[in-house]
Structures are given as C-alpha cells and as structure tokens.
Design a protein around this ligand. Structure first.
Ligand code: PGA
Length: 262
C-alpha cells in the first residue's frame, strides 16, 4: 500500500512555565523570529502554553502556521466544574490541539485511561486534535509490564473512537521514566513500542484504517537525542518538554526531524 506523505509533528509542552504575561509575550516574539521557522515545510509546530496565555499565543501565531494547543481539557461542555476548561472554550479561543492523559496529570491528579477516553471523545467532538499520552513507569518497565500497560492505555483510552476519528489522533509514546530525566530508550525499544501501538490500534478496527494515527515520541528530547528517538526510530514526530522553552534548541530539534520526512 502506498504510504501517504504526512508532515512531521513537533509539539512543545511549556507546562507550568512563563510566570507573567511579559514572559509569555517575549516567548512568542522570539518564537516567531525563530531563524529556521520559514524553512520548516514538512513539520507542523504545535505549542501548548499554560491556559492563561492561550489568547496571547493564538494572537501572536495567527497566520504563522504555528498551532496552539492546551495541556489538558475537561470532557463537559460547560457547567459547575470549578477550575476546568472545556473543549468548546479551547476551540473558541483558537486552539487546535489538546494534550490528554499526560503522565504528570495521571500521577499527580489521578487521571486514568477512562478519564482520558472521555476527554479524547469530547475534544474530537469540537474538532480539537487530541495528543494522547501513553507510556510505562520505571516500575512497570522493571516488572516487564510495558506491553500490558501500553495495551491497556490504548484499549481503554481509545475505546469507542470511530475508525474515522482514530486517524485524527496523535499518540505520544512517552515512557514516564524518560520524562524530565535526560534518559531515553534505545532506538529498538522505541521502534518496538511503535510497532506495538500500530498493531493494537489496527487490531481495534477490523476494517483497517488506511494510515492509522500519527505516533510521536516524548521524554527528554533534545538536540542530542532527536535523531535517535525520532528519525532512527521511525516516529512521526516528537513531544518536547524542557527544551521547548529553549527556542533555539526547539528549532534545532524541529530541523532534525524535518530532514527525515519520508
Ligand atoms: P521533557 O518532558 O522533554 O522535559 O522530558 C516531556 C514531557 O513531559 O512531555
């Protein structure tokens, strides 16, 4: 079957950084001026700032071919849900993507595959592209449970998603032990995870999707590791945490994955 050419994906997760509007504006200014921005023809850039700066980012990046995403989203449209942001609000702010099920939300805020599933469905309803984060913890890895964990995260997190919608989702394989640690899996480990993810998702749809979802890698991605964790591992892109605050570094990473477009 002929492979359809799709752009690579570089997601920047700014997490709870940038402490005031001036810092957020400065980030946007520098990002827009990013030297290699114009050269990136085959890589889609998605930046996910804290909620309070969404509008700043959307306004700054308008017409620049840089997408803005939220770091989380609730599953209800509106109502008495203190502290939450709905997919409709995100969409109406000009947001196009939503990170869902990040391991920090799972570990610190008790999110589960089931809540991720509700969020993915709600995001899709509003035409937001879910970036669904999965991956095993160190403990699970040591116990040889990586495959089981990934299988459950996919089966439960993507339960009830239509064949058409599965193509819109971005799956981010982020081994929890590699996040914020400067450790990264070996090329063959990431390749194995990719094959497993595709196998499980294709298995969920008896009539196979043509392309399947985009599958990206996240966890200590840097200029040094990008080639290994994305290009050599055959991934469709990367999700960058810390290095997305270093705009020069982020563009270097995007440049590395751009070159590999297949
Ligand atoms: P990191 O974070 O790049 O700082 O390891 C990645 C993530 O949390 O998605």
């Amino acid at each position: 079957m002929k492979k359809i050419l799709r752009k690579k994906i570089a997601v920047g997760n700014l997490k709870m950084k940038l402490l005031n509007k001036a810092e957020a504006e400065k980030y946007c200014e520098l990002f827009k001026k990013g030297k290699s921005l114009a050269k990136l023809k085959n890589t889609e850039l998605i930046i996910c700032p804290p909620f309070v700066y969404l509008q700043n980012f959307v306004d700054n990046f308008k017409g620049k071919n840089i997408f803005v995403g939220v770091q989380d989203v609730f599953w209800e449209k509106e109502g008495p849900f203190t502290g939450e942001i709905s997919p409709v609000m995100a969409k109406n702010s000009g947001v196009t993507h939503a990170i869902i099920g990040h391991s920090e939300r799972r570990r610190i805020f008790g999110e589960t595959n089931e809540t991720a599933n509700l969020k993915i469905k709600a995001a899709l309803k509003e035409n937001l592209i879910p970036i669904y984060c999965i991956g095993e913890t160190e403990k699970e890895r040591m116990a040889g449970e990586t495959k089981l964990v990934i299988s459950n995260q996919l089966a439960e997190g993507l339960s009830g998603i239509s064949r058409l919608n599965i193509e819109k989702i971005i799956v981010a394989y982020e081994p929890v032990w590699a996040i914020g640690t400067d450790r990264a899996p070996a090329v063959n480990e990431i390749m194995e995870a990719r094959i497993l993810i595709r196998k499980i998702i294709f298995g969920m749809f008896p009539a196979k999707p043509i392309n399947g979802p985009m599958i990206i890698y996240g966890g200590s991605v840097s200029e040094k590791t990008a080639k290994k964790v994305c290009v050599e591992s055959g991934m469709d892109g990367i999700l960058v945490g810390r290095e997305s605050l270093n705009i020069h570094g982020f563009f270097e990473i995007a440049g590395i994955i751009e070159k590999d477009n297949h």
